[in-house]
Write a protein that binds this ligand. Structure first.
Ligand SMILES: [Zn+2]
Length: 332
């Protein structure tokens, strides 16, 4: 794959990350563009195309050496049609044919992928999972997203929205989730839910140093909860344990569903480091069956915010090599 190059684009609510990679994963050039959603999708696609052309220029890669383009975006989406469907934090992008619009401007075959899946593929290709064949990724942020690789392939499901792992139900008739279901793991263990549980406990009159932080700042951040836990605050520890326990529960479930070699955790919450990781691991070891001991590593991602565009480019490489029918327009 030497001398062949691929664009990777990761569309987010605040920024778009764009990169040009070679077929082995070396990053030739990379740039961050503000999304500026209020300017509308056409303006954004125009700027994305311009940024890609600049990356090629910057890296001195001639356009005939660039073979395909991968785009990661928040879902839900139709991968078949290359269409965004209903993006909560990107108003104006509903039913937008992002893949065709960018493919046409850059004259390159393209694919569209869910952003958590793209990040999962990035970690699988070049990050924490580079030596694995089966892996699961959880993104821990405002919500919880996920990606599943089985036998070296991402799974997409019957209508492209598989691996919505944040909406696995861990509690019957439990906490209300933004998706409409009750008891989703996202409603317990996302950064938002972790803070919400802490604030609810304070409102119920529980004593905690978090109360002072909440009063001083007028708000409480997920980092504050983890910092107070590390400093020994009992309520903060209870809240963090609740988050870790919920995550360990879905690690056990995933272990039984796909038997991955590793579960990789990524997203803003992993900044908590061992305060999070050690607890998830320890709850997991406590809960998982002992019938047949099998090692399943639970670890942190390695590529940080670059995983999305690296994975999007990597999916373009993988499709170009193994599944050309996944690229639109096919056969180009
Ligand atoms: Zn849900």
């Amino acid at each position: 794959m030497a001398n062949e190059y691929f664009f990777g684009v990761d569309l987010g609510g605040t920024n778009v990350e764009l990169g040009l990679l070679d077929g082995e994963g070396a990053i030739m050039a990379h740039v961050t563009e503000p999304t500026r959603t209020h300017e509308g999708p056409q303006s954004l696609v125009e700027r994305m195309a311009e940024a890609c052309r600049d990356l090629a220029k910057q890296a001195h890669v001639p356009s005939d050496k660039i073979k395909a383009l991968g785009i990661g975006s928040p879902g839900p989406m139709s991968m078949l049609e290359g269409k965004l469907i209903n993006l909560g934090n990107l108003p104006g992008f509903n039913n937008f044919f992002l893949r065709a619009e960018l493919s046409r401007r850059l004259k390159l075959p393209a694919l569209l992928e869910n952003d958590a899946n793209a990040a999962c593929w990035g970690e699988f290709w070049l990050g924490a999972g580079r030596n694995a064949n089966d892996m699961v990724l959880f993104t821990l942020g405002t919500g919880i997203g996920g990606g599943i690789v089985i036998g070296g392939e991402l799974i997409h499901g019957s209508d492209d929205n598989a691996a919505e792992l944040g909406h696995m139900i861990i509690q019957t008739d439990g906490r209300q989730c933004t998706c409409g279901q009750k008891g989703c793991v996202e409603a317990y263990a996302s950064a938002t839910a972790t803070v919400a549980r802490a604030i609810e406990a304070l409102e119920h009159g529980r004593e905690s140093k978090m109360q002072d932080t909440h009063r001083q700042n007028g708000t409480l951040a997920c980092k504050d909860v983890f910092d107070h836990a590390l400093a020994g605050d009992p309520l903060a520890n209870e809240i963090v344990n609740g988050t870790a326990l919920a995550l360990a529960q879905i690690c056990v479930s995933m272990r039984h569903i796909t038997e991955p070699e590793m579960v990789v955790l990524t997203g803003g919450m992993i900044k908590a480091g061992d305060t999070l990781l050690n607890r998830v691991r320890s709850f997991y070891e406590e809960m998982v069956w002992k019938l047949k001991p099998e090692p399943m590593d639970i670890c942190f991602a390695e590529l940080g915010g670059h995983a999305g565009f690296i994975g999007a480019a990597g999916l373009a490489v993988h499709a170009y090599k193994h599944h050309p029918q996944r690229l639109y327009p096919s056969g180009t």
